[in-house]
Design a protein around this ligand. Structure first.
Ligand code: GAP
Length: 466
């Protein structure tokens, strides 16, 4: 593991972002638990994504489908066939197993031993629904959340009185029996997806049925011709990149990579990965896929239910095509953490004795920061100061996720908050008792300003929203 990754893993454990699962039993197969700060960060990422999809785009509806579905879903989707399998090789000496495409040489990376011939290994996680463990009870933990969306395509279309094009978005857990989970939370067997499926007409039938529709969410907010898959693919590529950049990912650390023909997933006609420059290389954090009519055609065929769409205006019937944006909460969380991480050499907080030590600052976007405001008495041995600080803390915690801290020097407490990305520290000092104001310290600029207590909520709201 690189130096930077070791530091991130250590920070995550030390400050309550991410812990190894079942740690007292030695951990469990690259599974992780999100601690008090990790769950806040994760929730903030999910909220930012949900708001982006639901508030910033017309014609997208939300869904929360079940993890367990009929096994027929996975037959129809192609996930039970060889298409959703990785090639596994085993070392004949140490018996460790590896994904073939992860190996640089045709020998064991650990002991240099000879490897077996590759065999296909399906990634679906099998389980039983009900008490009897026989073939009839076999089902699978979902490998991608979008299949739950396809199962509800007609329900949402009809109940929400939507017209094509429209989208359905969902956040939820997915499971894959990965051969080599690795790189901390980057590749795990249980992970969370943020997926949006955009149902639209195929580009090829665009010409004879072009009509004008209002798309308030489009960048130029003008009336445009209705698009087909090719146009929507480009549109969603741009929208997704904008989301990551807006939430603070540095431009030089993110890029698109188009899939070549032979790496396309079994369902995809075209695919572009959004890649982040992790310390272990450029890696996918989100996939944008043109799934064509693969899913709805197959589900129509396997279920016997016709899922085609009749366009009243164009008098056309067709199976909707799908452009999907499929991201991972865990992978984007790791990218946000790495991108925000800064080590400052020398004194940033001059009042600390330890000012010669390295200071860590997490410059997470304010929307993502787990704790929004820290409330600190200047000293803790003055009763009236502590009492006033606790009153202010009680007031603020009804509006923001706050932390009260009185332990250690004020400089050390600023450092503790910088390390977990808290955008603002409120310090209650002796002036507060006379003037009813406090200092508000900004994490990134370290500037402090005095704000009246009766204006504190309003000021913090404004600062956090900007
Ligand atoms: N519905 C399409 C689909 O699932 P994918 O490219 O296989 O496409 C989409 O996965 C996203 O899900 C990835 O970009 C990644 O963020 C996340 N993901 C996939 N496998 C993962 C794993 N083993 N661990 C963590 N995240 C994973």
């Amino acid at each position: 593991m690189s130096d930077l990754m070791e530091k991130i893993v250590s920070l995550c454990k030390r400050r309550g972002f991410i812990f190894p699962s079942s740690e007292i039993y030695g951990g469990f197969r690259s599974s992780y638990d999100f601690g008090p700060l990790g769950v806040e960060l994760k929730n903030n990422i999910k909220k930012a994504w949900w708001d982006e999809m639901i508030k910033n785009h017309d014609d997208i509806a939300g869904l929360d489908a079940s993890i367990l579905m009929s096994p027929k879903v996975w037959e129809a989707s192609g996930h039970l066939s060889a298409g959703f399998a990785d090639e596994l090789v085993e070392c004949k000496e140490c018996h460790k197993r590896f994904r073939k495409d992860f190996l640089e040489e045709n020998k064991c990376p650990d002991c240099q031993g000879e490897l077996t011939e590759p065999r296909k290994f399906n990634l679906m996680m099998k389980t039983f629904a009900g008490p009897v463990e026989d073939e009839a009870a076999v089902t699978y933990l979902r490998a991608e959340t979008c299949q739950g969306i396809y199962m509800n395509y007609e329900n949402v279309l009809n109940s929400m009185r939507l017209k094509i094009p429209f989208g359905i978005c969902q956040i939820g857990k997915a499971f894959r029996n990965e051969i080599n989970p690795k790189d901390f939370i980057y590749r795990t067997r249980e992970f969370e997806q943020i997926e949006m499926q955009w149902f639209c007409r195929p580009s090829r039938i665009n010409a004879n049925s072009a009509r004008l529709v209002s798309r308030g969410s489009l960048a130029n907010k003008t009336r445009i011709e209705e698009w087909g898959t090719d146009e929507w693919f480009e549109y969603w590529k741009k929208e997704r990149m904008k989301w990551y950049l807006d939430l603070g990912i540095k431009k030089e650390n993110i890029r698109f990579r188009e899939h070549v023909k032979d790496e396309l997933a079994h369902y995809a006609q075209k695919a572009v990965d959004v890649e982040y420059k992790f310390p272990f290389g450029w890696k996918e954090i989100e996939g944008i896929h043109d799934r064509g009519d693969w899913d709805l055609s197959n589900h129509s065929k396997y279920s016997g239910k016709d899922l085609s769409y009749f366009d009243e205006e164009a008098k056309e019937k067709y199976i909707p095509h799908i452009i999907e944006t499929s991201g991972g909460v865990d992978r984007s969380l790791l990218a946000f953490l790495i991108d925000a991480y800064e080590e400052v050499k020398g004194a940033r907080t001059k009042t600390t004795k330890a000012s010669k030590e390295e200071e860590i600052v997490l410059h997470l976007d304010k929307r993502l920061a787990p704790i929004k405001v820290a409330v600190l008495p200047l000293v803790r041995n003055k009763e009236d100061l502590v009492k006033k600080t606790k009153e202010i803390y009680q007031l603020l915690k009804t509006y923001f996720i706050c932390q009260y801290d009185e332990v250690g020097s004020i400089g050390r407490r600023y450092r503790r908050q910088d390390e977990i990305a808290t955008p603002f520290c409120i310090t209650v000092d002796f002036e507060t008792l006379k003037q009813d104001d406090v200092t508000v310290r900004d994490r990134d600029t370290m500037k402090q300003e005095r704000i009246k207590i009766n204006e504190l909520v309003k000021t913090l709201k404004e600062k956090l929203e900007n």
